[in-house]
Write a protein that binds this ligand. Structure first.
Ligand code: ADP
Length: 515
């Protein structure tokens, strides 16, 4: 629009400002009148000389130039050239009495908007209207161009930021168009020509056959597509791409695909990291399952027995031999001394075994870390889930949301909880299925103290035995080792906590520990 001010509309259109290069003031008045009778409000500024002409244009605000063709000191054609160079958006109409047909055509050729003969001055009205319309269109066009340029800049920036490039693929001509970002993703630059060969060349060798098949299918189906594949870049790095597209009617053969490629390498790497973490978590869980009560203690007991068997047998044998050499009238003291030395040696060896076993249960294997006990317990519950379900035990979890973090050895604490849960499940073997109820609870105690409770509805125990069950080798189970609670207590005490048990008022028992 030609009008100044942001919201001027047609009704509010200010008067048209016309610069008129004309030596006769009457002619200028006539033009003004002619335009006014046709409803074009205008203000005509008349100039006669080149200097005034230029000054008026430089002041600005001129909507339209009218120019006589011949003037005493200046001429219309030169005026046109000056206007074209400095103010190309301002239309210029020749108004002349002398303009011959040929000159008029020449003037139009070099860029005049129109020409009007003074003898037919009424024609100036549509001519001015047309000139203004065209000028408006020109301005509109340059605005559109500006808007287009801007949107291209924004688009390019958005593509860069989102690692997403766009493409067009005219299937019938085989021509592929890439945006700048697509070039960047594929690691090349114009004038390199995008092509299917280039795409396949950059595609990771392991994905090439797949991508080729996908492309064939896309061409056949002419439907939307969405797939991922890898690129192998010249520097040996691998990129992950997501490619989406759909058929469009833009192509020369009436058919092409348009779409976008997104570099999803970062997302893939994050996923891979997460997967790795899951794998190590699963490994840790498997390890935990291995270290489960029965295996650990069974294996441990067997190896302790094995390790102690040799020195003990040796000691008994040597003691007997010693007695033998002492017997009779002439005891062979040298042999006796030998036997005693061997007994001492075996005794030391047995002592070593025992200190090794001790070390196994003590600090040697434990290390403290900051951990979320709820999370650790949930893992244990998952591991014991099968057992709990197999025995039809109803499990209730009551994990405190505000549980403070604790410092502890994750695996060892999990072993304690696992012990308590498996004991509880076992204790419910003899009660009716529907009465098998297990509660695992965590809660915040005084200060930062954390309390864990495992309560069952099993056989319970005599209150008099509340301490004895924690003694090593105390068991009421055929084939039981009686080590679980003893080890559990030593683990909790190592953590500076307490582990104790009470029979319930009703059926069952409650085991609790604090940290
Ligand atoms: P084991 O399970 O090999 O016997 P533990 O030290 O774990 O060794 O348990 C010792 C004893 O404590 C068990 O034999 C059992 O008599 C008693 N006990 C443990 N947990 C419970 C429970 N939840 N309810 C009743 N008694 C239990």
């Amino acid at each position: 629009m030609l009008f100044r001010g942001p919201d001027t509309n047609l009704e509010m259109k200010p008067e048209l400002r016309i610069l008129y290069l004309e030596d006769d003031p009457k002619d200028a008045e006539l033009v003004e009148e002619t335009l006014a009778t046709d409803g074009i409000r205008c203000r005509v500024m008349r100039v006669e000389t080149k200097a005034d002409f230029i000054t008026a244009l430089e002041k600005g605000g001129i909507d339209l130039i009218l120019a006589d063709y011949t003037l005493p000191s200046f001429d219309g054609l030169s005026a046109l050239k000056i206007a074209q160079e400095g103010w190309p958006q301002v239309p210029l109409i020749f108004v002349s009495g002398t303009l011959g047909e040929e000159v008029a055509i020449e003037a139009l050729k070099i860029g005049a908007t129109d020409y009007v003969f003074k003898t037919r001055l009424s024609r100036i009205v549509p001519s001015v209207q047309r000139a203004l319309r065209e000028a408006e269109e020109r301005i509109g066009l340059s605005r559109a161009e500006e808007a287009l340029r801007r949107s291209e800049v924004y688009l390019a920036e958005a593509q860069k930021l989102s690692h997403t490039g766009s493409f067009g693929w005219d299937v019938s001509s085989g021509k592929i168009y890439w945006s700048q970002e697509t070039f960047r993703i594929f690691g090349c630059e114009p004038p390199a020509e995008p092509s299917l060969e280039l795409v396949l060349h950059r595609t990771h060798p392991q994905d090439r056959a797949l991508v080729r098949r996908l492309i064939d299918r896309i061409v056949q189906n002419r439907k939307d597509f969405d797939f991922e594949h890898r690129l192998l870049m010249p520097d040996g790095s691998v990129k992950y791409l997501r490619v989406v597209g759909r058929p469009s009617k833009e192509g020369s053969g009436g058919f092409e695909f348009v779409g976008a490629v997104t570099d999803v390498t970062e997302r893939k790497q994050a996923e891979e990291e997460l997967r790795q973490k899951e794998v190590s978590l699963r490994e840790a869980q498997t390890e935990l399952a291995h270290v489960s009560r029965v295996t650990t203690l069974g294996e441990l007991a067997a190896s302790i027995a094995h390790e102690l068997n040799q020195p003990l047998t040796g000691m008994v044998t040597n003691a007997n031999a010693g007695l033998h050499w002492l017997a009779g009238d002439a005891p062979n003291l040298a042999e006796v001394r030998e036997a005693i030395h061997r007994i001492i040696r075996d005794g030391n060896r047995a002592g070593e075994v025992i200190s090794r076993v001790r070390a196994l249960f003590k600090k040697a294997r434990m290390a403290k870390e900051r951990l979320d006990l709820n999370e650790a317990i949930e893992e244990v519950v998952i591991l014991t889930q099968n057992e709990v379900q197999r025995k039809n035990v109803a499990l209730r979890m009551e994990l405190a949301a505000d549980l403070p973090a604790v410092m502890g050895d994750r695996v060892q604490l999990q072993q304690v909880v696992m012990n308590l849960i498996l004991n509880a499940v076992e204790a419910m073997d003899s009660v009716e299925d529907r009465d098998r109820e297990l509660v695992v609870r965590t809660e915040r105690g005084e200060g930062d103290e954390v309390r864990v409770t495992v309560r069952d509805s099993g056989v319970g125990f005599d209150p008099l035995n509340a301490e004895r069950i924690f003694h090593a080798f105390h068991t009421t189970k055929p084939g039981g080792l009686g080590m679980g609670l003893a080890i559990s207590r030593s683990i909790i005490e190592w953590h500076g906590g307490r582990l104790w048990a009470e029979p319930n008022d009703g059926p069952g028992a409650t085991f609790q520990f604090t940290l």
